[in-house]
Ligand binder design. Sequence first.
Ligand code: URP
Ligand code: ZN
Ligand code: ZN
Ligand code: ZN
Length: 484
Amino acid sequence: MSTVIRNGTIVTADLTYKADVLIEDGRIAQIGQGLGGDDEIDATGCYVMPGGIDPHTHLEMPFMGTYSADNFDSGTQAALAGGTTMVVDFALPDPGQGLLDAIKRWDNKSAQAHCDYSFHMAITWWGEQVFDEMAQVVRERGINTFKHFMAYKGALMVNDDEMFASFRRCAELGAIPLVHAENGDVVADLQRKLMDEGNTGPEGHAYSRPPQVEGEATNRAIMIADMAGVPLYVVHVSCEESHEAIRRAKQAGKRVWGEPLIQHLLLDEGEYFNHDWDHSARRVMSPPFRNKQHQDSLWAGLASGTLSVVATDHCAFTTDQKRYGVGDFTKIPNGTGGLEDRLPLLWTYGVATGRLTPNEFVAATSTNIAKILNIYPRKGAVLVGADADLVVWDPEKEKTITAGGQVSAIDYNVFEGIAVKGLPRFTLSRGRVVVNDGKLQSTPGAGRFVKRPPNQSVHTALSTWKGLTAPRKVERTGIPASGV
Ligand code: URP
Ligand code: ZN
Ligand code: ZN
Ligand code: ZN
């Protein structure tokens, strides 16, 4: 069976042109004019783009005494509904648990995935077992990224010595470290102070995580990565302080990428001052939403290329779950949703406003991360041989985002009431039409794990340079006798 997408305009990270796309056996078989196939998809008036890749999701995540409400079943359907055809989740070992055991748990969770997926491996503690298993994680399981939480003290947080050891191991293995950059010690102290002062509401969450805690941790992670000789990926960059550190590092030749979230691009700190407790608590996530100046900085970073990827950090909790934190903001489960809305929102508020070109949109939502994760051009491309993970994007299709109309399992949407223009007409997952004019027709279990080999090209370049410039012993001829 073959399928041809006809009459559309292909938009990739670097080109825009009219052509048909022929799909056979789940892959792109031909791109050209006047192609025919067994099935035909009409893309008149539409853009044909690589499906979105969301490199930052937490589906059924055990966190803060509960589990995030969207699992791989509902979460990946939400992804497909919004034109995202691959997600990368985080396998989180419990304290003392081996990495391979943790991956097994994520293998079980992900059996219901409707789209292709992969995992980042989190380093949540440090020891010989972790050091040893990192090699198997990379070589046998095809996972080339390791996440480090610099916050969540007493839970997921790792200290600098652990981070440096892990980063060095990443360098040896051709893997890339990721960081959640917030100074967890300072956050814990500010939380205690705010609670002592009676500042117990959700706004306390924002007060306890000012931009400085993020800027400091981002700088620290960048310097530690540089000393370990490894590239660095900074997740959920929310503020100018963190963006500035990344910009400066890039200018100095360091290999660092920054990932803003669609939430931080569009929602601001005013959400935490709403008089409705539920409204504010539903928007509690780390880092918190910032003011308009920070948002402008993030948009500028996407346009200039100092920030590389737009993700969601989709970690959805119901209102009932958020209410665990009534009377104590430190107990509100941290996280917000966005999987279904990332592409339409970025198109509406990025491309339609002229902040981004359509090609930059594709780069930020798909191609850049495919390259960073070393799965390009299998993913993130419209090229012969690539997986046919595609979105047929209708720039005229409109809707207003509502909780009632969403696929996600939770009872609200942080983007409630926002109008978007630009939505999928069709979404294809390895050639199968899984969204047809807004209607989902995907299958649980159809998604496959995507292995990601180590030694991405930037990694190889950096390790070559670090090898050439490493400290060397000075060979001396005249060595004086010991002065004793
Ligand atoms: O608040 C957030 N971001 N929750 C998910 C876990 C994380 O820090 O990414
Ligand atoms: Zn995080
Ligand atoms: Zn409200
Ligand atoms: Zn996250």
